[in-house]
Design a protein around this ligand. Structure first.
Ligand code: ADP
Ligand code: MG
Length: 341
């Protein structure tokens, strides 16, 4: 075969293979977009584990009508414009890939209305073919509908698991995002029934309520709030007491500048800090937020953006370890003192 330029739709489908693994990846990308748009309310409707329908509505800033087609084209983003922006990026998205990828592997519709526009505009895309924009009724904000995910990629469609499993993944991602952005109300429905309501809250009481909504009383009643700063780093959130430890590592949430990440440096520091207070085979529970100058961390490591690279790994590791170790040592000393009374 001669060398030839691949058509756009195929390029998008190939990109979708990297970022869109299952319905939960769609939900994650779309909710991140809503959060980046400053939404204070996000409503999510799922049917059949997301295989039939994923619909996400937000009350964020919306997309101007003339920019709608751009939102669906590859490498088009309103979030960065140059390398400097990339190095200091504060939004969850920046690659300009999610919407075109999702639209290329589903029956897709985007409806949006900025608050100063008279009406909304709707664009439908069927397996990558973009229709003509039409006026639509919609409050200020954006709705995205994704039907029949992977209908045109049979290999992917076949790998979808049972409805309950796929919905479980969606639920897990939303729990994570709900912890990252307590100021935004998030409602989740499955097959017409409300499954979760994450109530908004920014003050201490509100954040505590969010913790309860997301992780339940088992964690919320057995954790310590922490907030420490050193060397331009800030670590805050909640560490589970040894009594809140788990047989699996399923309640471990770590956010870097509001982005959920999995990181070896972080895991190692946390594990070491807990080593003295946990029995072998037990896993700590925690919800921790690290704030760091965005220039000291690279988020452009992986298309799905679950990974980061710290410029100064040692410093981050030692700060986490020392902070957590100290808090946990104090609780141990407290428990010992209480026992000796
Ligand atoms: P990225 O988030 O990396 O910029 P996306 O493909 O997810 O790329 O979205 C493309 C663009 O569409 C965004 O940069 C943003 O300007 C716009 N957009 C997408 N979703 C929303 C939304 N819910 N509200 C407002 N604008 C949106
Ligand atoms: Mg995005």
């Amino acid at each position: 075969m001669p060398i030839q330029q691949l058509p756009d739709v195929l390029v998008n489908q190939i990109a979708a293979g990297e970022v869109i693994e299952r319905p939960a990846s769609v939900v994650k990308e779309l909710v991140e977009n809503a959060l980046d748009a400053g939404a204070t309310r996000i409503d999510i409707d799922i049917e059949e584990g997301g295989a039939r329908l994923i619909r996400i509505r937000d009350d964020g800033g919306g997309i101007p009508p003339n920019e709608l087609p751009l939102a669906l084209s590859r490498h088009a983003t309103s979030k960065i414009a140059n390398l400097d922006d990339l190095e200091a990026v504060a939004t969850l998205g920046f690659r300009g890939e999610a919407l075109p990828s999702i639209a290329s592997v589903s029956r897709f519709a985007l409806t949006s209305r900025p608050s100063d526009a008279e009406h909304a505009v709707r664009l439908e895309v069927d397996g990558g073919r973009i229709g003509a924009p039409t006026p639509a009724a919609h409050p200020a904000g954006t709705s995205v509908e994704v039907r029949d995910l992977f209908f045109n990629v049979p290999a992917r469609r076949r790998f979808l698991r049972a409805e309950r499993t796929e919905f479980g993944h969606i639920d897990d991602w939303l729990r994570m995002l709900s912890l990252a952005r307590p100021e935004c109300q998030i409602k989740l429905q499955h097959n017409g029934k409300q499954v979760r309501l994450y109530r908004p809250g920014l003050d201490d009481a509100g954040r505590m309520r969010r913790l309860l909504d997301a992780l339940g009383d088992g964690f919320a009643s057995q954790c310590l709030a922490i907030d420490q700063e050193a060397a331009g780093l800030r670590l805050f959130g909640w560490v589970g007491l040894p009594t809140a430890s788990r047989s699996q590592a399923d309640q471990q949430y770590f956010f870097v500048n509001g982005r959920a990440v999995r990181d070896r440096v972080v895991s190692h520091a946390v594990k070491q800090a807990y080593a003295d207070v946990l029995f072998h085979g037990r896993h700590p529970a925690f919800v921790l937020f690290l704030e760091i100058d965005p220039r000291r961390v690279d988020v452009n490591v992986h298309p799905a953006k679950h990974e980061v690279r710290f410029r100064d790994q040692r410093l981050v590791h030692d700060f986490l370890y020392r902070t957590l170790h100290q808090v946990l040592a104090e609780t141990r000393a407290g428990a010992a003192a209480a026992q000796s009374l």
